[in-house]
Design a protein around this ligand. Structure first.
Ligand code: PMV
Length: 401
């Protein structure tokens, strides 16, 4: 059984192109966002499994001896376990049973906002048949509830750490290496478990968020089929959260209504968004093999065209218009990402941009009341780190900075 501390991280996601169109059978490109969730797992000998979520002030502990571990056959059946001997009565109400449920309930979020209230404190299916005594701490750079895949990153970190702790998959980290990733086969298993966590949290997720968090880079998805893009360049972006709340469900319904009302107008918009995704995929491939400055200009044009289409679909918002105007005033190109109606936007940063221009843009966005991060997309998926390589992060996560 495991004797040393494990440190795992996994990324969030943004949709580069294809939001809303994907609901109508078109392609979407989802990319890993280098804002990450971190998990530290420490073996213990106190007979307890404890979970600490310092971002949201949650600490829970269970006696290992009293834990009822899950029958894993539901993984193959593709469904939650039926109530019965050895199975929890209701997978989504595990907090009230002796079963171990480390996946936060739907209203528990892992973000950094101290204002997030934890109203449910039920946690998690263990991936392991026999769970050792452990301390688990999870913290995140991802803002919660912003469509950035924070719950998937949580589920992926947890699945990777527990599978490793139980030696179902090997620890990929070799001595003297700072960061390592698992084999394709191990990633498949991590993803499979993380998807179950997402199902507990979201009910019926597409599986894209956990796939991006597991494999990183960029994924193409269409009609339930998910495939990794072979090569993806890491692109610098500004990620801006307008902090305007939105309902994905209402926005998706709005697009559907517009499509029903004006099929001859809206269908060509969706077809055009599809072509934007295809062109973007093509350019990203070229950028990875033969990078050239003009490729950024193409990406910027695609961003502008898609943003106009999304406005025409009715999922824009005054805050997103403001975001686009402010960045355009600095010569930069932005679009909404995800459901729209507020939420987040992305701004492409060309590699030739001077840092003071980036800083000025960030300040202008902050002056609008938005949160803004300079980060990258196409980031690596779930990774194991040596404790020393992430000392600052660990200290921060443990609240000892
Ligand atoms: O709510 P988000 O940011 O995870 O993205 C929603 C993306 C949509 O295409 C609008 C809806 C969907 O289910 O794909």
């Amino acid at each position: 059984m495991l004797s040393k501390v494990l440190l795992v991280s996994s990324p969030g996601k943004v949709i580069l192109h294809g939001e809303h169109a994907v609901v109508h059978g078109k392609v979407a490109l989802a990319v890993a966002l280098n804002l990450r969730t971190f998990l530290r797992l420490q073996p213990q000998s106190n007979g307890k499994v404890s979970l600490n979520l310092p971002n949201i002030g949650v600490t829970q502990a269970w006696d290992v001896a009293r834990l009822q571990l899950l029958d894993t056959s539901f993984m193959e059946q593709g469904d939650f376990p039926a109530p019965g001997p050895g199975n929890p009565p209701d997978f989504r109400k595990l907090g009230q049973t002796q079963s171990l449920n480390l996946v936060p309930g739907p209203r528990l979020s892992l973000g950094t906002s101290p204002s997030v209230l934890v109203r449910e404190s039920h946690f998690a299916p263990a991936c392991c048949r026999a769970l050792p005594s452990l301390d688990i701490t999870v913290w995140s750079e991802l803002p919660p509830g912003a469509g950035l895949g924070s719950s998937a990153a949580y589920s992926v970190c947890l699945a990777a750490a527990l599978l490793t702790a139980c030696e179902d998959i090997p620890n990929p980290l070799e001595d003297s290496v700072h960061t390592s990733r698992w084999s394709e086969e191990d990633l498949q298993l991590i993803n499979k478990w993380a998807f179950q966590g997402e199902r507990v949290i979201h009910g019926n997720p597409s599986g894209v968020d956990n796939a991006v968090s597991t494999w990183g880079g960029a994924l193409r998805y269409q009609q339930g089929k998910i495939s990794s893009l072979d090569r993806t360049p890491a692109l610098q972006i500004l990620l801006t959260n307008t902090k305007v709340p939105r309902s994905t469900k209402a926005l998706v319904a709005g697009v559907r209504n517009r499509l029903i009302k004006f099929p001859d107008i809206v269908e060509p918009l969706l077809t055009s968004v599809d072509a934007i995704s295809a062109e973007c995929e093509h350019v990203l491939g070229e950028m990875a093999s033969a990078p050239a400055p003009e490729q950024y200009l193409v990406l910027e044009e695609l961003i502008d065209m898609n943003q106009h289409h999304l406005n025409a679909l009715g999922v824009g918002h005054a805050s997103l218009d403001q975001l686009c105007r402010v960045t355009a005033a600095h010569g930069l190109h932005s679009k909404l990402t995800g459901a729209g109606g507020g939420g987040c936007g992305i701004t492409l940063l060309r590699p030739d941009l001077e840092q003071d221009k980036v800083e000025a843009t960030k300040q202008a966005l902050a002056a609008c009341g938005f949160d803004c991060w300079e980060t990258s997309i196409g980031a690596p998926g779930v990774s194991m780190h040596s404790a020393t390589s992430l000392e600052g992060h660990v200290r921060q996560g443990l609240g000892i900075l």
